[in-house]
Design a protein around this ligand. Structure first.
Ligand code: ZN
Length: 184
């Protein structure tokens, strides 16, 4: 396995629409394993393929640590070609951050519950209804596959608050506790 460097804010790959995975090869399997290792190494709860510079519709997550004690813990999950087929419940604000935008967090309003169809790490069809933190992480990571970042949801005012941070990240001047892809 390998820890992959993470691309940061303003890298064009974060703005591309990821491509569907047509075939699940040994190479894809290895890539998913590397994504898990990269996510755990950076202490993230989720990681999408574009964040390691690969424009494919794949993300991984493990949100167990974020959940309440009484919640059912699904453990590590891989989502290949996911599709959010339903959004429901109240729209609620929750704090979000992103490994590609280190140390910037803000509140984002999203639906409480989502129903997602996807293929798992064995390329088998799955469907899940998720709420709470799990739904939150799924929606955040899913956005990455469409080139959307959580800061896109912020008001002009809130975005202005983060301007200096974003500039520092963009310039490659922010220190992280995990490997970052150097700027070209
Ligand atoms: Zn993110």
């Amino acid at each position: 396995m390998a820890i992959l460097p993470i691309v940061t804010y303003n890298d064009p790959v974060l703005r591309k629409k990821g491509e569907h995975v047509e075939e699940f090869t040994d190479e894809t399997r290895q890539f998913v394993a590397d994504m898990f290792e990269t996510m755990y190494n950076s202490e993230g709860v989720g990681l999408a393929a574009p964040q390691v510079g690969v424009s494919l519709r794949i993300f991984v997550l493990d949100a167990d640590n974020m959940m309440d004690e009484e919640d059912e813990k699904p453990g590590p999950m891989a989502f290949v070609n996911p599709e959010i087929i339903e959004k429901k419940g109240m729209k609620i604000p929750m704090d979000e951050g992103c490994l590609s935008i280190p140390e910037v967090t803000d509140k984002v309003v999203r639906p409480e519950t989502v129903v997602v169809k996807y293929k798992d790490e064995n390329f088998e069809d799955q469907e899940i209804e998720a709420s709470g933190w799990l739904a939150r992480v799924i929606q955040h990571e899913y956005d990455h596959l469409d080139g959307v970042l959580f800061i896109d949801y912020l008001s002009v005012f809130r975005k202005r608050m983060h301007k200096a941070d974003l500039k520092e990240i963009e310039n490659g001047e922010r220190e992280t506790r995990y490997p970052i892809k150097p700027k070209d």
